[in-house]
Design a protein around this ligand. Sequence first.
Ligand code: HEC
Length: 136
Amino acid sequence: MQTNRTVKLTVIKGLMILNALIGFSAYASAQDIAEGKIQYQSSCAACHGMEAKGDGPVAKELKTRPADLTVLAKNNNGTFPYDMVYQVIDGRNSTIASHGTREMPIWGYRFGPPQAFRFKHHILAVIDYLKTIQQK
Ligand code: HEC
């Protein structure tokens, strides 16, 4: 009786964990994209635009027009240039004058080492979001 109950509980626990894992992975990516969109809107949209076409409200004040971020894949033979975008966001690629410098990125330290415990997650979320808005 007691063992039977233990077995039953173990099976139920196992199913719950499995369910949580399956549920979580599907949920996490939708959530990441939603979070990436929020990050994008607060850190990038002023220049790159709400639709990421390079036409944000600050764009006309800049010497160089912000890039259209919906054609990143198109301009790279159909493959999303993951490494380039990652490095642009984390500051390793600091050749874009309007992005500020590695020490003083235009979006502050949201994606940099002072927030090390979560910056990678935020960068990946922005990238996940950008991937969903690529033109074919
Ligand atoms: C202050 C304005 C500004 C902000 C804020 C900004 N950008 Fe940019 N970004 C630019 C400009 C201007 C360029 C084009 C520079 C050039 O062509 O030399 C650019 C270029 C880029 C490029 C290179 C595109 C290519 O095809 O080479 C990427 C990727 C990019 N930005 C992503 C982002 C992301 C992601 C964010 C938010 C985390 C962001 N930018 C925030 C102004 C900005």
